[in-house]
Design a protein around this ligand. Structure first.
Ligand code: GCO
Length: 259
């Protein structure tokens, strides 16, 4: 094996597809991967938001493009993957990050709300991972990274049963795919964010009591900044993590280890 160097973290020459990348954690991960050499393809539903996110990366001198589709639309996702392969010939990195949130007391939930959350977080990323695994198998190498959460696999709080259940299942899917794809040169890992100050959480960030609770509950003593997720994503996508497989990397300021 070559001696370790900063090059081990380079993603030069790699093509990365990230879902839910027009804002928040997805955008942060996409920007970071582009800054270390990847050509990043940002997925989202909002074409204007995607254009702005892609523009910020290309104006900084890095390589990016948009792929607008709803991750729950399997035909659209498959068409986007086919288009990427037709133009780039490869997909080296897939980050399944897109997600939505729904916060209500249990008895106010409609079953359709629960289904919508699971479809977006879990089912769509199962299908996307299956569909990007095909070119990765042909390449003999690939990186699949899911954005799971502390919410579900490790801890839970009231009013978010759909999100917790979906992320718990995505945590399990990480291991299921890691053991199946590992022998074929594809690693599958996850990043489990704690509480980050993203648009998804804007209502919580704006709530001083909730922010006080988070600050007290998290050993680092604050909300995470979206930029603080990037290093974990670059690491798991890089050659530096070539022997990391089936791992869930917690980026939570220590929240899940605190009493
Ligand atoms: C909530 C939040 C959390 C965070 C994060 C925690 O309402 O509790 O949305 O779920 O988004 O995922 O890891």
């Amino acid at each position: 094996m070559a001696p370790f160097s900063l090059a081990s973290f380079s993603l030069a020459g790699r093509v990365a597809l990230l879902t839910g990348a027009s804002r928040g954690l997805g955008r942060s991960m996409a920007e970071a991967m582009a800054r270390v050499g990847a050509h990043v393809i940002l997925n989202g539903r909002d074409e204007a938001a995607l254009a702005e996110a892609v523009g910020a990366i290309t104006e900084a001198g890095f390589s990016a493009e948009a792929a607008a589709f709803d991750v729950t639309d399997e035909a659209a996702a498959q068409a986007a993957i086919a288009d990427i392969l037709a133009r780039h010939g490869r997909i080296d990195i897939f980050v399944g990050n897109a997600g939505i949130q729904h916060r209500k007391p249990l008895v106010e939930w409609e079953t359709a709300d629960f289904t919508r959350i699971l479809t977006t977080h879990l089912t769509s990323h199962f299908a996307l991972a299956r569909d990007v695994a095909r070119p990765m198998l042909a390449q003999g190498k690939g990186r699949i990274i899911f954005t799971t959460s502390i919410m579900g696999p490790r801890v839970a709080r009231p009013t978010v049963p759909g999100y917790a259940a979906a992320k718990g299942a995505l945590d399990a899917l990480t291991r299921a795919l890691a053991v199946e794809l590992g022998p074929k040169g594809i690693t599958v890992n996850a990043i489990a964010p704690g509480f980050f100050g993203t648009e998804l959480n804007s209502a919580l960030v704006a709530n001083p009591e909730f922010t006080a609770w988070i600050s007290g509950r998290t050993p680092v003593g604050r909300w995470g900044d979206p930029g603080e997720i990037a290093g974990a994503a670059v690491f798991l996508a890089s050659d530096a993590a070539s022997y990391v497989n089936g791992h869930v990397l917690y980026v939570d300021g220590g929240l899940t280890v605190a009493m």
